[in-house]
Design a binder for this molecule. Structure first.
Ligand code: PMP
Length: 411
């Protein structure tokens, strides 16, 4: 019996995503914006519908059957997320709204109480605003300093300079696992090891990594890992913050309210166990259910198989776009995820995006919430095509053809 993996059947995968069957502006939809948000497969849509139709009630402490069913579904999703990340314990899995909220939680509950003047937080020059602004806020609140390790013209982290900026003053290192604007995959194992040897804690922003890479937080050794469900073919409004149990245990809660308490009196309240201490208020229950289904779906396809498929598309698109006169690819790192940012001379990215949309090709244009990256490359914006498990070579050729039309218009 052969043990070879079945070839990746993208035609079958596409049938799982009903949204892709539609026409946009009279053309079949070519969806090249998965880095902004992935589409949802039937498995996720059905799991959410099933939950909402048959099992919904509020979670925790309910004695009636529906509340118990909802609690089981929600806590089952937590166990699913634990397995997805290979975390040691469910206590390390905090449900949040998304990457942004996960990073803000660490900023306010870990960094703010612990850091002060003389302390440093180290990030890189390619971060998303979600991994910049929360740290700037902490600096304003505590007097600590934000340091930024530079990138080079290929969009790679200058590792030597990064290592040079790591000192005994560095208390926290917060870096993207994969850059959303450039596609760069960062050497996170090396970063974690170097940061830890200086005594700094490490948060990884995994928003762009989770759809393309199997994540093992124990192997990575990071202290925190944050990601959003909607980049992973799951619902919006749900994400996960992984945190090492010892750290989460020591951290004070960051939002107060129902569910995060054990006892409340007007004199003093005591807090719930992990992870509920960080989950004040009614959570996004159906979102968690949908996220768990998305994890099942992606692992069912095989994350490595999906990544290999996307890498083939990235290589094809890179080769095809490189041939277009006046087109410049922004972000040419040696190791990239399925993100292709570019500019076309004489054509503002927004105009380009509009022309492509009229051809049914959905790309993203703008600063991609990474204004410092645009400043570094001295451009106002880029056009960005990004690939997911459902994209095809035909999608790449549709992009190339639509870019040809744009060139005719802007001559
Ligand atoms: N970090 C990165 C690298 C991202 O790509 C994004 C989403 N574009 C975020 C953080 C923020 O994610 P969310 O908006 O889902 O919180």
């Amino acid at each position: 019996m052969s043990t070879a993996a079945a070839p990746f059947d993208v035609t079958r995968v596409r049938r799982d995503f009903p949204i892709l069957a539609q026409q946009v502006n009279g053309h079949p939809l070519v969806y090249l914006d998965s880095a902004a948000s992935g589409q949802r497969p039937n498995a996720v849509l059905r799991a959410v519908e099933r939950y909402e139709t048959h099992h919904h009630s509020n979670v925790h402490r309910g004695v009636h059957a529906l509340s118990q069913a909802a609690t089981e579904a929600f806590e089952g999703a937590r166990e699913r997320a634990r397995r997805f990340l290979n975390a040691r314990s469910r206590r390390e899995i905090v449900f949040v709204r998304g990457t942004t909220e996960g990073i803000n939680l660490v900023a306010q509950a870990l960094a703010r109480p612990r850091l002060g003047p003389g302390d440093e937080i180290l990030i890189t020059g390619l971060e998303h605003h979600a991994n910049i602004v929360p740290w700037q806020m902490v600096c304003e609140q505590t007097g600590c300093t934000l340091k930024v390790a530079p990138i080079d013209r290929r969009g790679e982290l200058d590792l030597d300079r990064f290592l040079g900026q790591l000192t005994a003053r560095t208390r926290l290192v917060a870096v993207a696992h994969v850059s959303n604007a450039l596609g760069t995959i960062l050497p996170v194992e090396r970063i974690v090891q170097a940061a830890h040897s200086c005594g700094a804690l490490v948060l990884l922003d995994g928003a762009q990594a989770v759809p393309h890479t199997a994540i093992d937080v124990q192997a990575l050794g990071c202290d925190f890992y944050a990601f959003s469900g909607h980049k992973l073919y799951g619902p919006t409004g749900i994400g996960v913050l992984f945190g090492r149990e010892e750290l989460l245990e020591e951290m004070p809660p960051w939002q107060g309210g129902g569910d995060m308490i054990r006892t409340v009196s007007f004199e003093k309240s005591t807090y719930n166990d992990l992870p509920w201490k960080f989950e004040a208020g009614t959570p996004n229950i159906s979102g968690a259910v949908g996220l768990a289904a998305a994890m099942d779906y992606l692992e069912g396809l095989g994350i490595e198989a999906v990544a290999a498929h996307e890498q083939r598309l990235l290589a094809l698109a890179t080769a095809e776009l490189s041939r277009i006169p006046g087109l410049q690819i922004i972000g040419t790192a040696a190791h990239k995820a399925a993100v292709l940012s570019f500019t076309l001379s004489g054509c503002h990215p927004h105009d380009l995006g509009t022309i492509l949309d009229s051809e049914g090709v959905a790309i993203r244009t703008g600063h991609h919430c990474a204004m410092p990256v645009m400043t570094f490359f001295d451009i106002p914006a880029t056009a960005r095509a990004s690939f997911g498990c459902y994209n095809t070579e035909a999608d790449v050729y549709a992009l190339v053809a639509a870019l040809g039309k744009a060139r005719e218009v802007f001559g």
